[in-house]
Structure formats: C-alpha cells, structure tokens
Design a protein around this ligand. Structure first.
Ligand code: NAD
Length: 253
C-alpha cells in the first residue's frame, strides 16, 4: 500500500527511548513510507536508538545546546543523504531545580536553559534545516496546553512552551516564501522520560487521563499519526498553527 510519505526524507529529533513521542512519530513516518533520519542528544541515547530502530536507520548526534552542533548536523545530513522534506522537533529540557518550584522560584540560569533547549532550539533547527529543505517541506514541534493555562506542576515548561508556540507563528511567516510550513502538535500528557522530570507528574498524568473524552490517554502513535499528516502534502494549507492531539482534554479542562 502506498504511504502518504513515500519518497520523503524526514529528520526526527528527540528519541530517547521507545516511550518517546519522537519514537511514535518516527515509527509512524516510516510506516507511511518516509526515509527517517534520527538525531540523538548523546552516546548513551544512541545505544537506546540502536535497540529500537530498524537496522540501517541513519542516526546523527545533535545536542541542540550549541548552534554549531545544529549547523553541523544539517550539513552532515546534506552531505550524506541529500536534501530533506521535513523535521519533527520533539525536544525539551528544564533542570530539576527549575521544575521543582513555582514560576516565582525560577532563577535566571534555569529560565534561560529551559528557554534555550525547549524554545530557541526550534529557531536554530528551522534555520539550518530550511537551508537543505525542498520547497513544500514541513517542520513540526511538540507543545503542551500548559502554554496558555497555569497547569499545576508544569510551571516553567509552560512558559517555555508559550515561547515555542510564538516561534512557530513567526517561523511560519519567515519560511513561507521558501514554501516551508511550520506547525505545532499540542499533545496530551503521556508518560515519557521528560514527564518524569516534572514534580507530581503522576497527578498531572492522572488528571489529564480523567479529562479525555474516553478516559484513556492519547498514545505516542496517535501523536505520530498527526505528525505524518503534517509532514505530508495533505496538510499543505496548514502553517503557523497548532493541532491538539489530546483526546479533547483541552476542551474539558
Ligand atoms: P522524551 O524524554 O522521550 O524526549 C525528550 C527529548 O529531548 C529526549 O530525546 C532528549 O534527549 C531531548 N533533549 C533534551 N535536551 C536536548 C539537547 N540539549 N539536545 C538534543 N536533544 C535534547 O520526552 P517526550 O515527552 O517524548 O518529549 C518530546 C516533546 O514532546 C517535548 O518537547 C515535550 O515537551 C513534548 N510534549 C510531551 C508531552 C508528554 O506528556 N510527554 C506532552 C506534550 C508535549
């Protein structure tokens, strides 16, 4: 059966393990015919990727903390594989101290780090990815409704997600002339490595599940389905926008 991503080469950034939203995206994109290139933060995570990804899946290290790393990554991708058609950016980070208190307790270093990795990195990724992206390409990032609401425990990550979503709108405008689209998926709460860094994450996951329309949390492959749609030409009219994949949690909260 033909997939909606046949012939497309897509970079997926942010697989840490088989629970990662990025893995749900990568697997679904592959199932839809895409050639997927995975990027990983460090060697420890590379070993995880090697356990779960099909043999011969291209993998490249990219710690987004430095612009030079991001630039090198996309230069290497161009040299080794050629131009690309899309990027899924599923990266966020805040240190434990920053996540342990309210926004009122956040200090400058922790604030800057969370913004840097979770929001600014979409700008650097979009800048260097767009240089090697075909017209008609697509960039998608992952966000959470804590960007527009004061969700208990989400705190600093909500502030970073608000910036990330603003980045999406401005990047969509900036890259429009190159016919590259930029969008966000606002996923429901899913138990991943990143979520376990949030204080009281058990309560956050439980509250979110209760608020779904069917009492069952969304899973990483349901998020992956929307990522596949956004990477495909089927979504060619959508840019600068946000799609909720949370089984209605944002409607009921
Ligand atoms: P995850 O822990 O599986 O993925 C987070 C990824 O960010 C990891 O692969 C990690 O290596 C990467 N990362 C962190 N710092 C990095 C750096 N300096 N350079 C490169 N990579 C770095 O968790 P996840 O929940 O799958 O998170 C993926 C995205 O989805 C994040 O943006 C997260 O905020 C978002 N999201 C998650 C949920 C949820 O409930 N899990 C809901 C909505 C949005």
């Amino acid at each position: 059966m033909a997939g909606i991503l046949d012939g497309k080469r897509i970079v997926v950034m942010g697989v840490a393990n088989r629970r990662s939203i990025a893995w749900g995206c990568a697997k679904t994109l592959m199932d839809q015919g895409a050639q997927v290139i995975l990027t990983y933060q460090n060697d420890r995570l590379k070993r995880q990727l090697e356990k779960i990804a099909p043999e011969n899946t291209p993998m490249i290290q990219c710690d987004v903390a430095e612009d030079a790393n991001v630039e090198n990554t996309f230069n290497t991708i161009k040299e080794e594989y050629g131009n690309i058609d899309g990027v899924v950016h599923a990266i966020a980070y805040a240190d434990k101290k920053t996540l342990s208190g309210g926004v009122i307790d956040v200090e400058k270093d922790g604030y800057n780090l969370a913004q840097d990795i979770s929001a600014y990195s979409l700008i650097s990724v979009s800048r260097y990815a767009s240089k090697i992206m075909h017209a008609g390409g697509s960039i998608a990032t992952l966000t959470y409704m804590g960007s527009t609401r004061a969700i208990p425990s989400y705190n600093m990550m909500g502030v970073a997600k608000a910036a990330l979503e603003a980045n999406v709108r401005y990047l969509a405008r900036d890259l429009g002339e190159k016919e590259i689209r930029v969008n966000a998926i606002s996923a429901g709460a899913i138990k991943t490595l990143a979520v376990t860094g949030i204080k009281n994450h058990g309560d956050l996951l439980k509250e979110s599940e209760i608020r779904t329309v069917d009492g069952k949390s969304v899973d990483i492959f349901q998020v992956g389905g929307t990522a596949a749609f956004l990477m495909s030409d089927l979504s060619s009219g959508i840019t600068g926008d946000l799609i909720y994949v949370d089984k209605g949690v944002h409607l009921l909260s």
